[in-house]
Design a protein. Structure first.
Length: 250
């Protein structure tokens, strides 16, 4: 009995070692195995290698790599498993692929990317050289200064010129071909050369009828353009009247 008591612990220890050893051996073998990886080449539909494409892992990890001059890439993984891989480059359509990588394994995964030119939105370049510094805080008055710089005829008054001329009516009346009056703060404008119909009235970019002048306080007018006949009007404004009064309010 005493002999059994002495032998039993040794038997149990040996049994535990026999049970644990395979697991330890497997862990050591896994640790000694080379890191799993995904390698491949990215080409376009013409078969040419794509340099500078980014290949990255979307699931199961986060390594990424850029393709070299030959379109080749290599992703070094932390562990075996299932991975979703994305290849993309500007001007080409991205491509996804799913792959399973075993312990210490290296999987080859190539991509073929189709051309997809990037369309950039049109950029409107503002010529601030035409716009006085006091009006550069906004673009709403740019059309006035563009018209004034490019038109061959017409009357153009900004706020400084209006005040210097004693108000809108007086400033306009000092120019030939315009009869303007101000009564109770509202403005009335007649164009003697405009004998066939009425001039178009455009307020802050909106085409209105002549009656709108009576609703606009003269003090609220920041800029004004006056085209005294069809011949003076810009091409885009013709057909809307025998002349035009263009008002920009404050």
């Amino acid at each position: 009995m005493q002999r059994l008591a002495r032998v039993l612990p040794c038997l149990l220890g040996a049994l535990a070692l026999a049970t644990h050893a395979p697991r330890v051996l497997a862990q050591r073998m896994e640790a000694a195995a080379p890191a799993p990886s995904i390698t491949g080449i990215v080409r376009d539909t013409a078969g040419k290698p794509v340099q500078g494409a980014k290949v990255s892992i979307l699931s199961g990890g986060s390594p990424s790599a850029a393709t070299d001059v030959n379109g080749a890439y290599a992703l070094r993984l932390h562990a075996a498993g299932d991975y979703r891989v994305l290849a993309r480059r500007v001007g080409l359509q991205p491509e996804l692929a799913d792959v399973t990588v075993g312990v210490g394994g290296s999987v080859s995964l190539d991509f073929v990317l189709e051309r997809s030119p990037a369309y950039l939105p049109a950029v409107e370049v503002r010529d601030t050289a035409l716009v006085p510094s006091k009006y550069r805080f906004t673009t709403r008055y740019d059309a006035f200064f563009t018209h004034r710089a490019t038109a061959t005829s017409g009357i153009f008054l900004d706020r400084t010129e209006i005040e210097r001329g004693g108000g809108v009516a007086h400033a306009l009346s000092q120019r030939g071909g315009v009869r303007a009056t101000e009564n109770m703060g509202t403005l009335a404008i007649r164009l003697p050369r405009c004998t066939m119909g009425s001039p178009a009235v455009i307020v802050d970019g909106v085409l209105s009828n002549g009656g709108v002048l009576a609703t606009i306080p003269a003090s609220s007018i920041e800029l004004i353009e006056v085209y005294r006949s069809v011949a003076e009007m810009p091409v885009e404004g013709r057909g809307n009247g025998c002349g035009a009064i263009v008002i920009y309010t404050r």
